[in-house]
Design a protein around this ligand. Structure first.
Ligand SMILES: Cc1cc2nc3c(=O)[nH]c(=O)nc-3n(C[C@H](O)[C@H](O)[C@H](O)COP(=O)(O)OP(=O)(O)OC[C@H]3O[C@@H](n4cnc5c(N)ncnc54)[C@H](O)[C@@H]3O)c2cc1C
Length: 477
């Protein structure tokens, strides 16, 4: 792919929108912009598109290095898959893999799937069950108070719910720590449930009715989706649709405002080139955006975004002979509460979730280590990561024998933590868009951390940019 290598601004791209970053957010935005009739140029620093999404097929195993599945919670996600012609390659998770396990007392215990089972489960004490019945009578917090997830859960549900339900859930979603995450920014829907209904239980019931009326599905009920060759099928297909508009090994370093739009400086193979664009979408991780030089009168510096914490996470994918794993693996996976004092955060039963992830007679387990709970663990040598994982899997699932497949991937900066005070970053992003017209920001650091959130963010920001080009751009130039 070609990027001009001189240092002069170039004309041919002057009418296009620059997209910085070809992770799923940038790719979806670019694809939808093309559909709006807006030409795009996508600059990607790495030598492959997809960002943290990466699927590897080796010797009959299919490993996901990063995310494992998309929650199809919105019609827009279904529409994207349809528009890309990927319906024949889409896989829904096996309905027999609906069980979720939590580790208690060193053993995996199945989460109750119905209210009736909840009252008989050994996972929670009688005290915790009774405490749940009190929840609707706990008053809501004042709207202006920003609580951590831990403070919120302790107030509404008590210690056991925090330790055995919320702590592992936060490890599974954010690789995060409930003491540090902001309930308002990290779980805006939960915060809104309390503010609106005064109770999570009441809100669950009434909210579900309203969602059904709107034709939406909650994240708990949404089907889990992947593709025959893994999630990378989605980003590879998006990249193929962009064709020569996608420039790899092209890192954006500087954005300067001109009378007609933006000059975007791109570094490729040690050489810099400058390109004119009418608008720029910033869809790279926040710690990379913080390094960009933004030259525009009155626009704030992007450097403070570098303070958003992305802890390291290691993903250890192991294959085993079926007979070496006594557990039935009849579920989605298991999460490990911090109070259980294991090394691992949790394990997905990957070969139970989707077909063709392991050769016949074998299983595939994907385990995560590190996160905010134990960042130093994720950065240990690969052999130690595998040993720690095997030790924990031996105790919890009874796994024995040598692994038949090993794939380790470390993300030194994995998932942004929407911690207490995250509002200052959200406010900065809004200020950048207001004071640097034509600059847009979208992605996991702004619109929610899940893949589904990123797909919706890409879709929505494309609509915002197309609208701005029609109505706002003339006034701003
Ligand atoms: C280990 C792990 C497991 C996860 N599991 C799940 C899961 O199972 N389900 C789920 O829903 N979500 C999961 N997530 C979250 C989800 O994968 C991400 O939120 C989502 O993929 C983020 O996409 P993005 O496009 O916003 O960012 P990214 O994927 O980070 O893409 C940003 C891109 O910008 C590029 N870039 C950086 N700097 C520049 C520059 N200067 N110029 C040009 N390009 C640049 C990068 O190279 C990268 O390709 C997981 C995340 C991780 C790390």
């Amino acid at each position: 792919m070609h990027v001009p290598s001189d240092t002069e601004p170039r004309g041919p791209q002057a009418d296009t929108v620059a997209v910085v970053g070809a992770g799923v957010t940038g790719l979806v935005a670019a694809f939808r912009l093309l559909e709006h009739g807006v030409p795009v140029t996508v600059y990607e620093a790495a030598d492959r598109p997809g960002g943290v999404i990466q699927s590897t097929r080796e010797g009959g195993y299919l490993a996901e290095c990063g995310p494992n599945s998309i929650l199809e919670s919105s019609a827009k996600i279904r529409a994207l898959i349809g528009d890309l012609g990927l319906e024949p390659r889409r896989l829904y998770s096996d309905p027999r893999a609906e069980n979720r396990y939590l580790v208690r007392g060193g053993r995996p215990v199945c989460l109750p799937a119905s209210p009736l089972k909840f009252f008989t489960t050994e996972l929670f004490s009688l005290g915790a069950k009774l405490r749940l019945l009190r929840e609707p009578f706990i008053p809501r917090a004042p709207a202006e108070v920003e609580e951590s997830v831990a403070q919120f859960v302790l107030r509404r549900l008590g210690r056991e719910w925090l330790d055995y339900a919320i702590n592992p859930m936060i490890a599974g979603i954010y690789a995060g720590d409930p003491e540090r995450l902001s309930v308002k920014h990290g779980f805006p829907r939960l915060h809104a449930l309390e503010q609106r209904y005064g109770s999570l239980l009441k809100g669950q019931i009434l909210g579900a009715r309203e969602r059904r009326a709107r034709g939406e599905i909650s994240k708990q009920e949404a089907p889990k989706v992947s593709f025959d060759e893994g999630l990378q099928v989605l980003t590879d297909t998006l990249a193929a649709r962009l064709g020569p508009a996608l420039h790899l090994r092209a890192a954006v370093t500087r954005l300067a405002r001109t009378h007609a739009g933006w000059e975007v400086t791109v570094r490729r193979d040690g050489a810099e080139s400058v390109h004119r664009h009418r608008a720029v979408l910033l869809a790279a991780p926040a710690y990379r955006l913080a390094e960009l030089e933004l030259v525009a009168d009155g626009a704030p510096d992007l450097a403070p975004l570098g303070a958003i914490y992305y802890p390291p996470v290691a993903s250890v994918v192991l294959g085993f002979r079926r007979e070496d794993v006594p557990h039935p693996l009849d579920g989605f996976g298991m999460l490990v509460p911090a109070v259980e004092r294991f090394h691992i955060l949790g394990t997905l039963f990957s070969s139970s979730l989707f077909p063709n992830r392991a050769p016949a007679g074998h299983v595939l387990l994907t385990t995560y280590l590190g996160g905010v709970r134990a960042p130093e663990l994720a950065l240990k040598p690969e052999s130690e990561l595998v040993d720690l994982t095997r030790r924990d899997l031996a105790v919890i699932l009874g796994v024995r024998g040598e692994p038949t497949y090993v794939h380790v991937r470390v993300y030194p900066k994995a998932i942004p933590q929407y911690e207490l005070g995250y509002g200052r970053f959200q406010a900065l992003m809004e200020e950048v868009e207001a004071r640097a017209p034509g600059i847009f920001l979208a992605g996991h650091f702004r619109n929610g951390i899940s893949l589904g959130d990123s797909i919706l963010a890409g879709h929505d920001v494309a609509g915002r940019i197309a609208e701005w080009l029609k109505t706002g751009a003339a006034g701003a130039a």
